[in-house]
Design a protein around this ligand. Structure first.
Ligand SMILES: [Zn+2]
Length: 194
């Protein structure tokens, strides 16, 4: 049987230079793209690796499991899911809708799916209502660690460069907000989710 991913990889090969690098895409021309196009190069795309190496962590080594045990970062505890926040952020606020147990999105049943939808919506609204927030972005990357985490990120109002899907890239380059300010906003979000 033809492997669609192998077909995809073969097709992409014709698009790469001798070092395996693709040319820059149209996204580099977006006004919200974080980097200057001049001097920018893509990383080479290597050969496929199948099976993929596991990045799965045990609960002992899982940052999300550890965070769930910390009262200061837990914002809400539901039936099968919870809402937590990272220890620090450069944005106005970041919350993660996570599974209470060490499990993936794939493991949820229909009842948990409904809870996930409700909690994402409530977390979105809680962050959207914070003073100074221009927009709230939602993403699910899961980092291969094996613990469901949906990221909800609050962008400061009027900082137009941070609009859109590159928000996490900008966030990575900017300094964290003062902890006291972050903690005060956490109290507001906790109350909104109660
Ligand atoms: Zn975990």
């Amino acid at each position: 049987m033809t492997d669609p991913a192998e077909v995809w990889r073969g097709r992409v090969q014709d698009h790469l230079d001798a070092a395996g690098r693709p040319p820059l895409g149209p996204m580099t021309g977006w006004e919200v793209f974080p980097f200057e196009r001049e001097g920018l190069t893509a990383k080479p795309i290597g050969a496929r690796v199948v099976p993929e190496p596991s990045r799965e962590r045990t609960p002992d080594a899982c940052g999300t499991c550890k965070a769930l045990a910390r009262e200061d970062v837990v914002l809400h505890v539901g039936q099968r899911l919870a809402v937590i926040r990272p220890g620090g952020t450069s944005l106005l606020f970041v919350a993660n809708v996570v599974a209470r147990d060490h499990e993936r999105l794939d493991d949820l049943d229909e009842t948990a799916d409904e809870e996930l939808g409700r909690l994402i919506r409530r977390t979105y609204r809680a962050l959207r209502a914070l003073p100074g927030v221009g927009n709230v972005q939602v993403s699910k990357w899961e980092n291969g660690g094996g613990h469901l985490s949906v990221n909800v990120l609050a962008r400061p109002l009027g900082v137009l460069e941070l609009r859109g899907s590159n928000l996490p890239v900008w966030a990575d380059m900017l300094p964290n907000i003062p902890q006291a300010e972050y903690d005060a906003r956490a109290d507001v979000v906790r109350a909104a989710l109660a």
